[in-house]
Design a protein around this ligand. Structure first.
Ligand code: ASP
Ligand code: MG
Length: 409
């Protein structure tokens, strides 16, 4: 009998009626003879609501208490879904992290899973009872509730699937799979039947919101077969595979973007050892994530140093760099928080030259200025003015032949 982990996100369990529909969907899987472990997110919007409440109590609430607060969302949805399943005549039992137990480190608000005991879950299944696991939460060695970071219940699902050696981990969500580009921007974007882990990891990290990047990393590491599919529509969804099984690797598999980016430049800094560390150090020290970094070749011993951060961190990063600018005697500190990052991803790039040139050409034809470039073996990212984001995504999607043809093939 196949063992499947099914994860339902916040929108899928958005209200009482949807929770009942999810329960019917699980019942359908059980009726085919599959064994199912369910992992559930909080009701959509609930985690935000709880977080806002916490922020009314303190400007910077203790991470430990935030975890107790936020984990409550998944406690509610797991109980409700277990009840709904029971009403349909299927025995079900909710599981909070400490009841499994699902052990994490003590990094509150961004804990990492260390160990999942499988005995209680397996016994539950053996008794013919369907476990409904509260996603997102864990328990530290000290017995405190932790959370895995926002969007973390995808990771819960993959980790549970790895621990019980499930046949498949299904991420059931409000889209019917992973697309070649955001269908809201590109009308003829195509659902991919398959995508490799490597590509999915890039897509998730570069802005595609379908899967939490950490869950993809986890699935790749533990070789968990992962599928993204719609909760309420029938379909095969997208299978994330170890290797591309099709004969011909597409050079580019998808185009993705991140809208809320900002860049900061320190110009005219001395080109001497230690400068990069002095610039990026304080920013990283404030837990601000630095993404692309570009340093120009020095002219007359002076260089320009540019990096990007999330837009929400823009002001804070600029503030941090004011004293750094003085200390380094840099000519100027400037920034732009109206930029976006567009990326093309594909494992086929490894074996094909000229992808970058094609991409640059294509943006040039549309008169889109490229502000920064970063590449890896399987991706090319460019920073452009946010106004050209949609145009850039559409242009690249069609230039690399990713769209559906009119006939839909
Ligand atoms: N409920 C949590 C959040 O909103 C975890 C999740 O949905 O994956 O971030
Ligand atoms: Mg989510």
């Amino acid at each position: 009998m196949a063992l499947i982990v099914q994860k339902y996100g916040g929108t899928s369990v958005g209200d009482a009626e949807r929770i009942q529909r999810v329960a019917r969907r699980i019942a359908d899987s059980l009726a085919t003879g599959q064994r199912v472990i369910v992992v559930v997110s909080a009701i959509g919007g609930e985690t935000n609501r709880l977080e806002a409440l916490g922020l009314q109590m303190a400007a910077r609430p203790e991470a430990r208490e935030m975890d107790v607060l936020l984990a409550a969302g998944e406690q509610v949805s797991s109980a409700l879904l277990a009840m709904a399943l029971t009403t349909l005549g299927h025995r079900a039992r909710s599981y909070l992290a400490h009841q499994i137990p699902m052990l994490t480190n003590a990094q509150h608000q961004r804990a990492r899973i260390e160990k999942i005991e499988t005995a209680s879950l397996m016994e539950c299944l053996a008794d013919g009872v369907t476990p409904v696991v509260a996603g997102f939460q864990g328990i530290s060695a000290a017995g405190r509730i932790t959370t895995l970071g926002r969007g973390g219940s995808d990771t819960t699902a993959v980790a549970v699937a790895a621990a019980v050696a499930a046949d498949e981990c299904q991420i059931c969500t409000d889209v019917d799979g992973v697309y070649t580009a955001d269908p809201r921007i590109v009308r003829n974007a195509r659902r991919m039947a398959q995508v490799t882990f490597e590509e999915m990891l890039e897509l998730a990290s570069l802005g595609s919101k379908v899967l939490h990047p950490r869950s993809v990393e986890f699935a790749g590491k533990y070789k968990v077969p992962l599928r993204v599919l719609s909760t309420f529509e029938a379909g095969e969804g997208t299978l994330i595979t170890m290797e591309n099984e099709s004969m011909e690797e597409p050079i580019v598999s998808g185009v993705t973007y991140a809208r809320n980016e900002a860049k900061i430049t320190l110009s005219g800094v001395s080109d001497v050892p230690g400068v990069a560390a002095k610039i990026v150090g304080p920013v990283a020290g404030a837990e601000i994530e630095v993404d692309m970094i570009v340093q120009n070749t020095a002219a007359d011993g002076l260089t320009d140093f540019t990096f990007t951060v999330g837009r929400k961190d823009y002001e804070a990063a600029l503030e941090l760099l004011k004293p750094v600018r003085t200390k380094l005697g840099a000519r100027a500190l400037s920034g732009d928080n109206k930029i976006a990052k567009v990326s093309v991803v594909g494992v086929g790039m490894r074996s094909h030259a000229g992808v970058a040139a094609r991409l640059f050409n294509c943006l040039a034809t549309e008169n889109i200025n490229i502000q920064m470039i970063s590449t890896s073996e399987i991706k090319i990212s460019v920073v452009v003015d946010e106004r050209y984001l949609e145009l850039a995504v559409r242009t690249l999607h069609s230039a690399f032949g990713l769209g559906q043809t009119a006939a839909g093939s």
